[in-house]
Design a protein around this ligand. Structure first.
Ligand code: AMP
Ligand code: GLY
Length: 439
């Protein structure tokens, strides 16, 4: 099957496999488990929280290579595969799965370049008049230093390829920009740093928008805001994300409609023009500057932890909508409904995250979750005595919903008081833009 053919799988959605082991995949499993017609949900490899939800299981084949996962999907008669993280997408797992006849939500390797190559994504933006910061691409340190010399302003230095969220250095001074250029060409980011983007520094609040795409059409989800820095006051190193909230009040319904027309539709059209049948999430990270919104990055998957904040806002038809996307038949999907609640997500991390997370601590969670409170697992595992143990940098996402953000954040922060492990760390000011953090 070529990358543009429709899948030939069953039209019934009974067995789903989710690839990944993070909080994002845990929250997707949770929302799918609410769908009555789904019988089994496998998360490969999953984590210590996967089996907390009905019908959900960890799937840990002996090897995690593509061929083995595809054989497992065939053995388990999987109707829908959802690929969570960017690395397998960029490596072409979706291509191989579609060639094997599986129905997949997640873009092909060609489409995943939106995230896997910043230069490729920038070119697509320029070709399609999508607003973004001015930039230069170079493979040479000397040329980069010359550009800085001519520009005479601090730059944002970005490794072209995937660097686990660490390949961007935002500089405050020209001196810092010089050092960052040297650093990025030092080999620190491996092959991701073979090509480097020098970007004009822009300013404004950040917001993320997401579209579910079936190759032709798209559905836009509520906007979200995440907190990338490790420490309160948006200080410290960049992380995968320490918390998020949705819907971001910064963006009105009309703004979202405008952003869809300005950014999401042209992106999907641009991909189509390149003969890429993009099935999956387009995630646009935006900066709302004084001269209008600009894209600072594209990702080819749900954000983590934005996904954990978003999933509790989805109606039960979410699974059917994703399945329709994967089949290239969004027109046949029921209308995706979102509830009117505010959703708050706080990430509890391990000591040493993001540089050197300390793992192996026993986790205690002293109270149950309920319909407006979820504890999604990320870096957790279960030991031989059934204890939950930390196994990664971001350990849990505590998510709550309420009629107001104040209520949602209070619920989530109260729940965190019931959770304990050695080295537990979380930001106390998630959502500071939209709530009173002194209470
Ligand atoms: P990224 O990994 O591309 O999302 O970048 C990480 C963070 O760097 C973003 O969330 C922004 O805060 C910041 N950033 C990226 N590009 C720019 C830019 N052109 N100007 C200012 N800040 C930026
Ligand atoms: N939270 C940012 C990301 O998923 O890339």
């Amino acid at each position: 099957m070529t990358k543009n053919q429709k899948p030939n799988g069953s039209s019934e959605l009974k067995r789903v496999l989710i690839v990944g082991n993070g909080g994002r995949e845990n929250s997707i499993a949770w929302v799918l488990s609410k769908n009555e017609s789904i019988q089994q949900i496998y998360v490969c490899p999953g984590n210590g929280g996967t089996a907390n939800f009905k019908k959900c299981h960890c799937l840990k084949p002996k090897s995690q290579d593509e061929k083995t996962i595809i054989l497992e999907c065939q053995r388990l008669k999987i109707n829908l595969v959802i690929i969570g993280p960017e690395v397998p997408l960029a490596n072409g797992l979706a291509n191989k799965m579609r060639e094997a006849g599986l129905t997949v939500f997640g873009p092909c390797k060609e489409g995943a370049q939106l995230e896997a190559s910043k230069d490729w994504a920038k070119t697509l933006m320029i070709e399609n008049d999508i607003p973004t910061a001015n930039y230069w691409t170079t493979k040479s340190k000397d040329e980069a230093l010359e550009i800085l010399d001519r520009f005479q302003k601090p730059l944002v230095i970005k490794a072209d390829g995937l660097a686990a969220g660490k390949g961007v250095i935002v500089c405050e001074t020209i001196e810092q920009s010089k050092n960052a250029i040297k650093e990025v060409f030092s080999g620190k980011f491996g092959s991701a740093g073979n090509k480097v983007i020098l970007e004009e520094k822009i300013e404004g609040p950040e917001v993320s928008i997401f579209a579910l795409c079936d190759g032709e059409k798209l559905i836009v989800l509520p906007p979200a805001q995440d907190h990338k820095r490790l420490l309160e006051g948006d200080k410290g190193p960049n992380t995968g994300g320490m918390g998020a909230y949705a819907p971001a009040p910064l963006i009105s319904q009309q703004d979202l409609q405008d952003l869809t027309e300005l950014i999401l539709i042209p992106t999907l059209k641009g991909l189509k023009r390149k003969k890429i049948n993009y099935i999956g999430v387009i995630y646009a990270g935006l900066m709302l500057t004084a001269s209008g919104p600009k894209v600072i990055e594209f990702n080819c998957r749900f954000g983590d932890p934005e996904c954990q904040a978003l999933m509790p806002l989805m109606g039960e038809e979410f699974a059917t909508v994703i399945f329709s996307c994967a089949r290239g038949e969004l027109e046949k999907a029921p209308k995706l409904k979102f509830n009117n609640l505010c959703s708050a997500c706080i990430v509890a991390a391990s000591k040493g995250y993001p540089e050197k997370p300390q793992t192996g601590s026993k986790i205690t969670i002293n109270s149950d979750s309920n319909s407006s409170l979820q504890v999604f697992h990320a870096g957790t595992t279960i030991d031989q005595f059934d204890n939950i143990i930390t196994s990664g940098g971001r350990v849990l996402s505590v998510v709550a919903q309420g009629e107001s953000f104040d209520k949602a954040f209070k619920l989530a922060y109260d729940k965190l008081k019931d959770i304990n492990y050695d080295g537990m760390h979380f930001r106390k000011d998630i959502g500071y833009q939209i709530r009173d953090i002194s209470t």
